[in-house]
Design a protein around this ligand. Sequence first.
Ligand SMILES: Cc1cc2nc3c(=O)[nH]c(=O)nc-3n(C[C@H](O)[C@H](O)[C@H](O)COP(=O)(O)O)c2cc1C
Length: 146
Amino acid sequence: MAKYIHKNVEGMESSLEPIKFSGKVSKLMQLEEKLKEGDFSSLEFDQSIFNFEPYEIILIGMPVYGGKPPTIFDGLLRKANGLEEKSIIPFATGRIYTKTMIPNMKQRIEERGAKVPFGKAVRNFFKIKTSKIDPLIEQIEEYIAE
Ligand SMILES: Cc1cc2nc3c(=O)[nH]c(=O)nc-3n(C[C@H](O)[C@H](O)[C@H](O)COP(=O)(O)O)c2cc1C
């Protein structure tokens, strides 16, 4: 979903930075606590993305875990700086139940002082239909043009 948005949104310069979190369950469970606290040192990605200052709009996407974002979201919010007054657009994929995901992310992002104009969770029981993502892309393009 992130790749599709990155590729298809027109009218803005964008960069995509994936944080990949995969491996054996036992190892992941040990990592979870660290990530929750904002310690991302064991994952390989460009940590400068936690500085939101240079960006106008930040899109944050996560899988739905138990109706909520995974604990990595706690760590991300803890670690992020410069997000006051920024526009943050949350998006998500889930297999079955996604209804509470965006309201949950929105509330927590707003608690950190950023704006959440809209967001979207898409269900992907088999494969994500890109037609489900297109309305979000249009919404982003309209928002940029405002
Ligand atoms: C621990 C765990 C909890 C999950 N909880 C939910 C959930 O509450 N609602 C939902 O729609 N999908 C849930 N999922 C499915 C993930 O959101 C889904 O795997 C993710 O979006 C990636 O899609 P994929 O598995 O098709 O690649 C869960 C997956 C895991 C591993």
